[in-house]
Design a protein around this ligand. Structure first.
Ligand code: GLA
Length: 721
């Protein structure tokens, strides 16, 4: 059944194709100057949030699973954890707080089952805790969750919110109808203008969060919508929703929201904030480096710091990351300038943000999957010429000095955040960095040069390098004495790293080099730098890479997960079409063997870049499969002579796309599928398809690397002679 995407999700999906256009460092055009001068333009909405808003919102973690207890429990946690004192002071109740219908007077009504004491009471409790009260509504006919929208009830809803002592309104943009004779943008602008005026009319100081730009992400008028949003409110969501608490891949969502927000520096001004959505610190599925990166990058971008996790069970680590006063101070700096990318390289960005006292915050962000040393200079970061610079690492709380180079070894997905103060004060220890360089040759594999650099003003003596590796790995030598390093100089050592043959699949290993040395005090200082070693061992066969459940038995549909949503092929329906364990499937000039795994066992491969050992010679490589996500990807074929070729592989969606999409052909169809609640036929059949990727004539295949596109499922491989 074709899925009807809610509008917000369509906006998010549409946006993603523009990622390249909004790559790091891209500065988009200024909003049309006309926005403020347009006919009927309202006065600039008051500056109710001179620094980026901070607080908590329930949506990402709870979605519609909220009630009075959840909200007040998290509010209480804001206070007891000390986060409220540090600025996280606004609690916003997102979608699903309402009843389905307005009351007889046309007023919005809180769902009595969820909020039996009503919203005014919730507001009072929040205020008693010293917090502010935020609420969600929508500028359309209904909210994204289907509850009554504010369209044509502007003043009534604004007055109601004011009567509840609301301090912050997030106005979403689902279901905004386009009026006859107007463009989409005009209709959005009208609705948001109406609410902006209505909020002003209440005379209550209500921070206004606008979602309109999120519905134009990637469109030519995106920046124009942001332009008038900055006129009508205090902050705006301008792009895709951040991952939900239960989503498996949160890091790519954080990285994506960073990537679209970082290019919008020119559209932000003090008191008018780009909002790349919630902070996920506290959620599962993110490393400490990743949650730290999000908070540090959001602070660099002067983004709202709005946590959306279960604060009642916050780990000490997540609390420390959210509550880091020095990082919060970067975000809340009264200059109110969004930091911008001053250097961009392979898998990294350097951002710089001017601060009110003349310091700059400088972030070294490693967006890649491997550790790397990121190096910039004070000049590149926009600092004035000075006799030296003090680097305060805002996370490790160490202070060092540099004559100008700002460098650090940064683990994958991590961000090193400095506050840089121009000063000739050489009090603190010299800034140093470790870098790794792979100098392997076929004769000497696994050989690396490790370099210690002194960026300070005093020499390093008594230097020692120690390299540590996980069990099973050896480093030779693992301890090296280093010569004296002069200021601005380096000392290097060469080591050989060997590891065990990993299991089939991809194994990532981290080797850490730590240098210890003395500078101008008797104290021993240390600095570390990592090397990430990625080993890929081919699976012996496609069957060995089985990792998903594509078919279930109708008596037990629970394990099915072909589409990521718990739906699968039905074994019974497959059998009717001739696809039973070990059966030969002949179609479109290709012949395959259907996988032998029992229904409900892992029985097909969700393509995530696995390398599969495979042998054969012929015109083309044949694939039997289907997909559930509208995507294609690159297959790499490696030959026995070490050369490689590539081809594109895609299959039509199993139910809902033209059956020749991506050049595929139908192998066979089944008449129903299994859903978590049993077999179902939504008036369509469920297909399995063939497709091919060309081979280099005369060469023998050694292995096949599947696309990194998990929606693509591969049931069998063959060679077309
Ligand atoms: C949209 C918004 C989210 C959340 C939901 C509620 O997706 O972007 O932040 O408010 O609606 O339905």
């Amino acid at each position: 059944m074709p899925t009807a995407f809610p509008r917000w999700l369509r906006a998010a999906v549409a946006c993603c194709s523009t990622l390249a256009a909004v790559s790091a460092g891209t500065v988009l055009a200024q909003p049309a100057a006309a926005s403020s001068a347009a006919p009927g333009a309202v006065a600039q909405y008051p500056d109710y949030s001179p620094t980026p808003p901070m607080g908590w919102n329930d949506w990402s973690y709870y979605q519609c699973g909220i009630d009075e207890k959840t909200i007040l429990g998290n509010a209480q946690a804001l206070v007891t954890t000390g986060l409220a004192r540090k600025g996280y002071d606004t609690v916003t109740i997102d979608d699903c707080w309402m009843s389905q219908q307005r009351d007889a007077k046309g007023d919005l009504v809180a769902n009595p089952a969820l909020f039996p004491d009503g919203m005014a009471y919730v507001g009072q409790q929040l205020h008693k805790l010293g917090l502010k009260f935020g609420i969600y509504e929508d500028a359309g006919t209904s909210t994204c969750g289907g509850y009554p929208g504010s369209l044509d009830h502007w003043q009534q809803d604004a007055d109601l919110f004011a009567s509840w002592d609301v301090d912050y309104v997030k106005l979403d943009g689902c279901n905004v109808p386009t009026k006859a004779g107007e463009t989409d943008e005009q209709s959005y602008r009208d609705t948001y203008t109406a609410m902006s005026r209505a909020l002003l009319n209440t005379r209550r100081h209500i921070v206004f969060s606008i979602s309109a730009p999120a519905y134009f992400q990637g469109a030519a008028n995106w920046d124009s919508v942001i332009g008038w949003s900055a006129q009508l409110g205090n902050l705006w969501r301008e792009g895709a929703d951040i991952a939900l608490g239960q989503d498996p891949d949160k890091w790519s969502s954080i990285d994506y929201n960073y990537s679209y927000n970082v290019g919008l520096t020119a559209l932000q001004r003090p008191g008018r904030w780009n909002d790349p959505d919630f902070l996920l610190a506290g959620d599962s599925g993110l490393s400490q480096d990743e949650i730290q990166s999000q908070v540090s990058l959001w602070a660099m971008m002067a983004a709202p710091l709005i946590s959306s996790t279960d604060l009642t069970h916050l780990s000490p680590t997540a609390l420390a990351v959210l509550g880091n006063r020095d990082v919060i101070a970067v975000d809340q700096d009264r200059l109110g300038i969004q930091g911008s990318v001053v250097q961009h390289g392979a898998g990294y960005d350097v951002l710089s943000k001017p601060l009110a006292d003349g310091d700059r915050a400088v972030a070294l962000f490693n967006s890649s999957d491997s550790a790397q040393t990121i190096s910039t200079t004070a000049a590149q970061a926009g600092l004035p010429v000075a006799g030296g610079y003090k680097l305060d690492d805002l996370v490790s709380k160490t202070a060092t000095n540099t004559t100008g180079v700002i460098a650090a070894g940064v683990p994958p997905h991590a961000t090193v955040l400095y506050r840089v103060h121009p000063t000739a004060d050489h009090g603190p220890a010299p800034a140093t960095a470790i870098s790794w360089r792979d100098v392997s040759t076929p004769q000497l594999p696994g050989t690396y040069q490790i370099t210690l650099t002194d960026n300070g003003t005093v020499p390093l003596t008594d230097g020692r390098l120690q390299i540590s590796a996980p069990a099973g790995w050896t480093v030779a030598p693992d301890t090296v004495a280093l010569p004296r390093v002069a200021p601005g100089g380096t000392a290097s050592a060469t080591v050989t790293v060997r590891g065990p043959q990993g299991a089939p699949g991809t194994t990532v290993t981290t080797i850490t080099a730590t240098a210890s040395y003395r500078a101008h005090s008797s104290k021993v200082d240390t600095v570390s730098g990592e090397q990430t070693i990625v080993q890929t061992v081919p699976y012996p066969s496609l069957a060995a890479a089985f990792n998903d459940v594509g078919a279930t038995d109708e008596s037990d549909t629970t394990p099915g997960n072909f589409d990521g949503g718990g739906d699968s092929y039905s074994s019974q329906a497959l059998a009717k079409a001739g696809a039973t364990a070990g059966a030969t499937i002949s179609a479109n000039g290709l012949s395959f063997t259907w996988p032998a795994a029992a229904a409900g066992a892992n029985d097909n491969v969700s393509a995530t870049g696995q390398e599969i050992t495979f042998s054969g010679q012929g015109q083309a490589l044949g694939f039997l499969g289907a997909e559930a996500g509208f995507t294609s990807g690159t297959v790499t074929v490696t030959y026995t002579d070490g050369t490689a070729s590539t081809g594109q592989l895609g299959f039509p969606n199993w139910c809902c796309a033209p059956t020749d999409a991506y050049g595929a052909k139908t192998a066979f169809t089944t008449d129903h599928r299994n859903t978590p609640s049993g077999p179902a036929n939504y008036g369509t059949s469920y297909g399995v398809f063939t497709n091919t990727v060309p081979l280099t004539p005369g060469k023998t295949v050694r292995s096949v690397t599947l696309p990194d596109a998990p929606a693509i499922h591969v049931f069998a491989l063959t060679v077309q002679p």
